[in-house]
Each structure stands twice: as structure tokens, then as C-alpha cells.
Ligand binder design. Sequence first.
Ligand SMILES: [Zn+2]
Length: 246
Amino acid sequence: MPADIETSVEKICEVRMKDNIKDYSHSSRKLFSFRRYFVATWVVVLLASLISLAIATPALAHHPFGGQTPQNLFEGFLSGMGHPVVGLDHLAFVVAIGLIAAGIKGGILIPISFAIAAMLGTGIHLASMDLPLPEIAIAFSVLAFGVMVAQGQKLNARTLAVLAAVAGIFHGYAYGETIVGAEMTPLIAYLAGFTAIQMAIALGAMYLAKFATRKFEDRSDESLVQRFGWAIGGIGIAFLTDAILG
Ligand SMILES: [Zn+2]
């Protein structure tokens, strides 16, 4: 190769490499700051909801206001944020969909369809339509999704989104109990509250599962996320037993 061509080839390579390095550092920096922003948001939302729950009187297990109908926007929003957190069956399910979404391409579809279906479920309750055996259906959804997480299930995102939506209708139906008879403002705030907290928890679990998988992969036969799945399945069995016997 003539010397002048050789040097120009070298120059091109050099420029390309520099570009690559620049691109790489740029995108990793962006990713890093996004991650920090995301974690910070999640922590703030979670802390805010825990503090508000501590302020509200936690008389009944699933209802931050002791089962009283929320009267205004503030109470509606807090009550909505509280229900999926205080109700362990709902919380376990929302964490499960986050964990399962982490391992699947387009997994974000799963919590989104669950959240939308939950609003629909509340609507069904408000329309005074009855769903059969909601307690058992909810407990079963926790068990089923827990086991799917535990077994490292890799159904496609669409199938899981449909299953999550069916579960969401029942969870939302249960949320509806608190808000029956409320005015429009606390009602909308209640919907916004439980939708926001569910998305925050599911996305937080999804992010943490991705992080844990990247960090602790190949350390054992069963991943950390899968073990969490067994714990969720156990919660499902406890609620299922309670729903059938109680
Ligand atoms: Zn509940």
C-alpha cells in the first residue's frame, strides 16, 4: 500500500475510533443520569406515600381512611396511593408484574395494561356490576404471577399483558369498594393515586430486577429475582387460603 494511502486510512480509523469513544461516553453518561433521576423519583414517591400513610389513620387493612369515603381531592389521592401499598396482595402482585416485565422485551406493556385495567375494574364496581369471587381471583393472580416469576417464565409481553389486564380488572374492582358513593373530584384523584403508585412500584421493581440481574448474574442456579417470585407465590397462597376459608 502506498504510504500516502496508508496514512489516510490510519487517519480515517483514528477519527472513527474517536467518534465511537465519544458516542459511548455520551450515551453512558446520559443513561447514568437517567438512572439517578429515576431512582430519586422512585424513592421520593415511595417516601411520600409512606409518610402520608403514617399520617392517615390505618384502621382497616386496605383502607388508609379506615374505610371512610374520601371527601376531597387530597383524601382521594392519598387513599388511592395507599390501597395498593397497604393491601399486601395488591402490592405483591404489582411487584410481580414489575419483576416479570424486567426479563421480557417490551415488558413495560405489562404494568401499563394492568394499570389501565385496574381503572376499568373500579369503573365496573362503581357501575354496580358484580364480579364473581374477586378475593379468590386476586389471591390466585398473586400466586400465578409469583410462580411465573419464580420459574423465570418467558411468555411474550402481549400474552402477559392480557393476563395482567384480567388480574387488573379484579384488583381495580377491589379498589372500587373504597370510593363507592364519592364525589367526582375525590373519585378522579383516587384513580390517579392508585395508578401513579402502581406504575411507580412496578417500574421500580422492574428497574431493580434489571439491575440485580446485571449485577448478580451467574452467581447461583436460581436468580435473586426468581427467589422473590417464590416469596410472592407464598403471599398468594396465604391470601388464597384466607379467601377460601374466610
Ligand atoms: Zn384491597
